[in-house]
Design a protein around this ligand. Structure first.
Ligand code: PMP
Length: 378
């Protein structure tokens, strides 16, 4: 099998799974219980959270566990909207967000919030002048993803923060960092809120967190008991949290070394597939090497994906969360509907090998030629 869909999800690493199993067996107490088993769990919860907070240079109280990035995005956007609606109802998002952000925005619009979409240039970079113009006195929130999930475009969050705060100090900044963490260095201090998900960094599915700066207030979406965190009450899922903590540690080690290696793999694929007729490479100077998007202009991407699958090669069409739809990100960058309808996303990771890439390219060649022949294009 050649798995090249790491941006959709990653397999849990053996080390992380080991942590999950150990904690499940050895820490049976509820971290909210008063007895010694509860205390033992509470201590582990505290140290796991402190490890995450230390990795990202923030305070432990600023980490709010969620089931993943979708929940973190909901908590960030709706929680901010509910806490700040008296100050204003204006929210700005980019055109390169994950589908979950747009669905949340549609909901917020339905309850009276106004959503503006900031422009980007033809390399995918946020248009700073447009952003500056859009920020108003009643802008309560700007949400811009750190790395786009389809084209891998990264945004300069520090600069974006400066522009927004200069226009309105009170505007809260959220970034969906799901595709950034474990791939590139991130700085939570560039934003007030950041979302992430463990299953993108070789952690378990079903856990993630929202970073919330202690300087801002958001409303809870979930009400309940449990003293751990008012924004996420209930029994903390300790095996998942300890695994998340370990996954964060492993994923953020040797980032540059991993990125250098993945760049070589990305270059190899780009150099080969760009020679094919009717293939466009959807890559700009801001694309990170872990995410490679191409458009097969004369082949249906689903047909290609399933033909690869028959040979045990796994890729995505656009993102796993919007499979089968037109790629919003390709529209935002290239403004080309046919190109946006024909995307394939190949996503690489630090465990991808050169051998896998070589085999992938051989299989790609076979599948591309046979599907082109079927269509009489050869
Ligand atoms: N945001 C981004 C940028 C993503 O790539 C994803 C996963 N496709 C999500 C949010 C949703 O994450 P989760 O599956 O953890 O809810």
């Amino acid at each position: 099998m050649i798995y090249l869909d790491y941006s959709a999800t990653t397999p849990i690493s053996y080390d992380v799974l080991d942590t999950y199993n150990k904690v499940s067996k050895e820490f049976i107490g509820n971290a909210n219980s008063l007895h010694s088993l509860g205390l033992k769990s509470a201590n582990l919860l505290e140290s796991a959270t402190k490890q995450i907070a230390d990795i990202f240079g923030v305070n432990a109280s600023e980490i709010i566990y969620t089931s993943g990035a979708t929940e973190a995005n909901n908590m960030a956007l709706i929680g901010t909207a509910l806490a700040n609606h008296k100050k204003g109802k204006h929210i700005i998002v980019s055109k390169l967000e994950h589908p979950s952000i747009y669905v949340i925005c549609d909901y917020l619009k339905s309850i009276g919030f106004e959503i503006s979409y900031v422009k980007n240039d033809n390399e995918g970079l946020i248009d700073f002048d447009d952003l500056k113009k859009l920020v108003r006195n009643d802008t309560i929130l700007v949400s811009i993803c750190a790395v786009n999930s389809e084209l891998g475009i990264r945004q300069p969050l520090k600069m974006i923060r400066q522009i927004i705060k200069k226009e309105n100090m009170g505007t809260i900044i959220h970034s969906d960092m799901t595709q950034a963490i474990g791939k590139i260095p991130v700085n939570f201090h560039d934003v007030d809120l950041a979302s992430m998900s463990a299953h993108k960094i070789f952690g378990p599915k079903g856990i993630g967190f929202l970073y919330k700066s202690s300087m801002i207030k958001i409303n809870p979406l979930i009400y309940g008991s449990g003293k751990t965190n008012e924004l996420n009450p209930g029994t903390p899922p300790l095996p998942l949290i300890a695994s998340l903590s370990k996954a964060c540690r492993l994923a953020t080690e040797e980032l540059e070394k991993k990125e250098r290696f993945i760049t070589l793999l990305n270059d190899k694929i780009v150099n080969t597939v760009s020679k094919y007729p009717n293939i466009l490479i959807n890559k700009t100077k801001y694309s990170i090497p872990q995410i490679l998007n191409i458009s097969l202009m004369k082949i249906q991407p689903e047909t290609f994906l399933h033909a690869l699958e028959k040979k045990e090669v796994y890729v995505s069409t656009n993102t796993a969360c919007s499979s089968g739809e037109v790629s919003n990100s390709v529209i935002a960058v290239y403004n080309d509907i046919p190109r946006a309808k024909h995307t394939i996303r190949i996503s690489l990771s630090s465990v991808t090998t050169t051998d896998e890439v070589n085999k992938f390219l051989t299989i790609f060649n076979e599948v591309y030629n046979s599907l082109s022949e079927l269509k009489g294009e050869k």
